[in-house]
Design a protein around this ligand. Sequence first.
Ligand code: TPP
Length: 660
Amino acid sequence: MMQVDHPRMANAIRALSMDAVEKAKSGHPGLPMGCADLATVLFTQFLKFDAAKPDWPDRDRFVLSAGHGSMLLYSLLYLTGNAEMTLDQIKHFRQVDSLTPGHPENFRTKGVETTTGPLGQGIATSIGMALAEKMLAAEFGKKIVDHHTYVLCSDGDLMEGVSQEAISLAGHWRLNKLIVLYDSNGISIDGPTSLADSVDQVKRFKSAGWAAELIDGQDQKAVAAAILRAQKSNKPSLIACKTTIGYGAPHKAGTNKAHGEALGADELKAAKEKLGISLEPFSVPDDVLKAWREAGARGAAARKEWEQRYTELGPRKRAEFERRLRHERPASLAKALRDHKKKLLESPLNVATRKSSEAAIDAIAAAMPMEFLAGSADLTGSNNNKAKNAVEFAAKKPKGRFIHYGVREHGMAACMNGIFLHGGFAPNGATFLVFTDYARPAMRLAALMGTGVVYVMTHDSIGLGEDGPTHQPIEHLSSLRAMPNMRVFRPCDAVETAECWELALNRVTGPTVLALTRQDLPQLRNNVPAENPCSHGAYELVGAQGDARVSLFASGSEVEVAVAAQKQLAERGIATRVVSVPSLELLLEQPEARQKAVIGNAPVKLAIEAAARWGWDAVIGHDGLFIGMHGFGESGPAKDLFKHFGITAEAAVNAVLKRI
Ligand SMILES: Cc1ncc(C[n+]2csc(CCOP(=O)(O)OP(=O)(O)O)c2C)c(N)n1
């Protein structure tokens, strides 16, 4: 490899980052300038990757958790020779349609492993990647799966609460191939971090079971030595790197002025002069670029050796490995669910949908035992998402496929993103629906990135009863339905639950919430059509005799209420139909003709859902009738609560009679 001074290599990152931010008149030069040294060491000496094949399965993962420092990553992609990351892209930093958006987006830019920007998410997602590596290595062998997950995080990442959840899990699981470089520059937006923080991060990580040390992050030899130590550790490693934000900027370095705005022409010029960089914008000396390109090709040999070993794996194992990485479901899944649904028709299950879900999971896990990766945030017995035969995962049991996440909903959701992005597994995680609030930032990133994860969210309404209003979700269904690319299913019985599970698992371009009841429900469906009716969001469950004067719409547990109301209205000679709406937003995504056909034109439209009305007007109209919740719930037995809040068949009948 050709020899170019380390400072000149690092300065190429600084130059591109300063220039790109200056041209965009927006961005964050401070982090790339401060971290250029440690990133140069990592990318030229340690990171196993081949710039020509950024998706090589056994590459090391690099997560820039401090996504605001995106120019660091874009500079590295360009310098190492990522084909799509041209200098032109760097010049279009933060512009519409560029591959260089403000914060790194994995679905836009090859070589970006995950979307970061909301601080804390990157480090939390990375534990899922490291976990998936550990599990997949145990299954397919170290010859095929053997890579590190490196993270670069900032002060802000470590201030965010989700980092604690992630750190605790990584330590407990002994994810020793997870190596976090912490850009400890002591500066955040408001000023020195001492304004709001006095945590000893090394002690913090050590207490969570990590190897942790503090080094000079501007000293290339110290960084290299620390990474070497980390690679040998039997614990996850924190390398706290003391750095100077905006390193090289004569007046702004070491201050919050270097954090999040262009340096300005004078400071930029002075910084370049001080660092010995050409004043010509976006220029990288030929020998420096060549050395960087060599670093980018450094992993090609390792990649080719891996390909050889991979060939030796044999066609069956290879096909399985590839199918798993593609997130393609095994053919046996469809059959398993078909058989399960047939069984339901023969012997109906009149149980809570969380229990129906458990029955579906048993069928699913039998069809995909190694990739169906469930877990719960300490509510396993309530969420019912542990398959009968599932083995619990532990640091020393990497083939276990049920994860006890502890009381860490946010960490769980972020971890699931990392597992999915790594590839090889279909992760699902469980808690109470109301606690999606605790997981929401990671759920939003899942929707944005399009990770096909499943949230098993039980206790989905006042139907959970005695735990009261703190535990009873009201606005959650509406708010999750409002999130782009989030699918929400609220099945009404055991058959719909199986159908929704099937749709959830086959949805690999975005996340799915399964909202499930605590209370028992009758099985309403006695047919299983070839085309999954839930796939259109809604369908007519009970038809009217003659032209319908009333359409009743309901989801989940309230479909039972609607069916009872329909019977009473029909007895009074009022032609009424019932539409089951397992997914309101999916119904609203259907072509107009189908929506019209399902919604129908009965003069009276009534929706019943034990939750907020938001969203239902699109079906029932502004003047439609709604029976549901208008405020928080209350503690009491479920049956009493439905009466108390007027969510009953009688109330529905009365509302219709008043209107008709
Ligand atoms: C969850 C979240 N809250 C707030 C922000 C806005 N923000 C961006 S960077 C930053 C803090 C910057 O400090 P630090 O993490 O130390 O980065 P550095 O200044 O060293 O680049 C904040 C608050 C964010 N991106 N994410």
